[in-house]
Design a protein. Structure first.
Length: 176
């Protein structure tokens, strides 16, 4: 005598459920893996303080070069401006690194030095003052768009630059 399948759905067997279930799980795993591979996040936007750090390094180098050729009466002021702008670059690099979760040495970069055919004329005090004015304006505009520590840092840098070109370098006043 033949036994009949007691299942109400004779076409569905335990074996078929297990095989089809394994295929379904494999398909689900494949779809899930491809879905996560396609759903990547866009890269983070560059930190807005990076250009400010570059300006600070440039101003520091410019003031140091001007100090070497300046008369003894203005050279100490240029040297102090160079040191102050180097401190600004350092503070900005530390803040950039803090936000990125890296060490400050990993984010601070130096500008490549270029060689010229002959000795270039040293920058004048007016060149340093003009660069400081540009840096002050840039820092003040960016500070207005930020908040908290970053806004305060940029506001302080802007004030320092204004003080440097109006008080420390009086012979370098520009636009007045």
């Amino acid at each position: 005598m033949l036994s009949r399948d007691p299942s109400p759905f004779p076409a569905i067997t335990r074996r078929r459920v297990l095989v089809d279930g394994a295929r379904g799980l494999a398909l689900l795993a494949l779809v899930s893996a491809s879905g996560t591979a396609c759903a990547t996040t866009p890269p983070p936007e560059p930190d807005p303080l990076v250009p400010q750090a570059e300006l600070a390094r440039h101003d520091s180098e410019l003031a140091a070069a001007a100090a070497k050729a300046a008369p003894p009466t203005i050279a100490p002021a240029l040297t102090e401006v160079a040191a102050e702008r180097a401190r600004h670059a350092s503070a900005l690099a530390e803040e950039i690194a803090r936000v990125a979760g890296k060490s400050a040495s990993a984010t601070s970069s130096t500008s490549p030095t270029t060689t010229t055919a002959g000795p270039a004329a040293p920058p004048a005090v007016a060149d340093v003052a003009a660069a400081l004015r540009t840096s002050a304006d840039s820092a003040a505009k960016l500070a207005a768009t930020l908040s908290g520590y970053r806004a305060g840092l940029l506001g302080s840098i802007a004030a320092s630059c204004v003080t440097a070109y109006t008080v420390a370098l009086p012979s370098g006043k520009v636009g007045q």
